[in-house]
Design a protein around this ligand. Structure first.
Ligand code: SAH
Length: 398
């Protein structure tokens, strides 16, 4: 893979790269020397010809180059991929994987200096998702290294994320190596068991990014009546019940997610009568519960991304505020609201402001107990704040 092509940046547009921001937008490029194809490695230079590093070229994306390295001398080759992957896997072994936790995000794209590449481990099953032209190009090399680094029994590909369309890449999913998957994969997270649908589930099957938040909910739930909104496969409800919740409700529009939530409750030896799965739109369910005089002690709001881009921020903000307000209207005195936004376009400060507005409108005294966010298998480079998409708040309503 010769990196013969060169991308020369416009004057002043080299600053972000020098600060190690990994993305080069098409508008920052003065000219391209050579004819790089999708996924090819290009040398990136400033207007004076100084080499700033090397990245993967993506001709159809606005993000035209994603940097593999900011070091002038480092070639982009098999050895670089191996070094990055070895470091990434080592970090998870050190910080996340244990006797009680056998699932983790092994590679978090830009967070592990491997832009566009996501690899998740679910027990002995590795799931790979290539979200960029560069990740796509190095897929086979990555898979081969990861198999050796993890001894996984199989590798499954879930390169069926929407973002691939922006890269001009087709949707693709299927087994890449090892034995076929036999149904759901059983994993452990902090000693709690979950069944994961690697083939058809959201993302690569499970919201690994909520591990620490589930642990927090577990610690808040003893004796409490808990409402888990946007439950997906019941992660927070199971955590609450394992933490001693008196009762837990999971609300989602997806029947298949709710069925798996019920199996996940049963998996953990919790009295199944303590869990109720409710199919419905959370906005309507919350309103109905208010009309019925239902009261909860802990309410979790973990909706899908309301703002896929900056253009959707206002509408998304109204959605997040409305949800928090509705939840506050059925929260007991001393109850805890745990609300999240996974919209990259809404930063932590804005999410806090949205929640403050809901609190003010509710007429209740609300105190912030803490912030939630990515666990350590989702590292965020200081040079790449965009990587911090998940923000959560824990609030106490008097
Ligand atoms: N909290 C979950 C992840 C939530 S993902 C976990 O930790 O695993 C978001 C979920 O919201 C999806 O399962 C989706 O089916 C559901 N959903 C999206 N819009 C909804 C709505 N308006 N009402 C209810 N559920 C909704």
């Amino acid at each position: 893979m010769a990196d013969t092509a060169t991308v020369v940046l416009k004057k002043g547009k080299d600053r972000a790269v020098r600060r190690r921001h990994p993305w080069i937008f098409s508008g920052a490029i003065a000219r391209t020397e050579g004819t790089p194809e999708s996924g090819d490695t290009v040398v990136v230079k400033d207007p004076d010809g100084q080499i700033l590093g090397r990245g993967a070229y993506s001709p159809s994306s606005q993000i035209r180059v994603r940097m593999w390295t900011f070091d002038e001398k480092t070639p982009v080759d098999d050895a670089l991929m191996h070094a990055r992957l070895e470091e990434a896997v080592g970090l998870r072994r050190r910080l996340v994987l244990s006797h009680d936790t056998n699932c983790a995000r092994l590679v978090f794209a830009e967070g592990d200096f491997l832009p566009g590449l996501v690899c998740d481990l679910y027990a002995d099953t590795l799931v790979v998702q290539c979200q960029s032209a560069g990740a796509e190009r190095w897929r086979d090399v990555v898979v081969s290294h990861l198999q050796k680094l993890t001894n996984a029994a199989r590798v499954y590909e879930r390169s069926d994320a929407e973002v691939r369309k922006l890269e001009g890449l087709p949707q693709r999913a299927g087994l890449l190596a090892g034995a076929a998957i036999d149904g759901l994969v059983a994993v452990k997270e902090n000693g709690v068991s979950f069944l994961v649908d690697v083939e058809k589930g959201h993302k690569t099957g499970f919201y690994l990014d909520q591990r620490d938040s589930r642990a927090r909910v577990r610690s808040l739930s003893s004796g409490q009546r808990v409402l888990n909104c946007f439950s997906y496969t019941g992660g927070f409800a199971v955590a609450a019940l394992v933490g001693g919740a008196r009762e837990a409700f999971s609300v989602d529009t997806s029947m298949s997610a709710l069925e798996l939530a019920e199996r996940n409750v049963a998996q953990n030896g919790v009295d199944e009568s303590k869990h109720t799965a409710l199919k419905g739109d959370v906005f309507d369910v919350l309103r109905g519960m208010k009309d019925d005089g239902e009261i909860f002690d802990v309410i979790i709001l973990d909706p899908p991304k309301f703002a896929p881009s900056a253009a959707h921020v206002d509408k998304a903000a109204r959605g997040y505020k409305d949800l928090a307000l509705r939840a506050l209207s059925i929260l007991s005195p001393g109850g805890v609201l745990v609300n999240f936004s996974c919209s990259g376009a809404i930063d932590r400060e804005m999410f806090l402001r949205i929640t403050q507005m809901a609190a003010a409108e509710s007429g209740r005294s609300v105190r912030l107990l803490g912030h939630l966010g990515h666990p350590p298998d989702h590292p965020v480079p200081t040079s790449f704040p965009e990587g911090e998409y998940l923000k959560g708040l824990v609030s106490l309503a008097s």
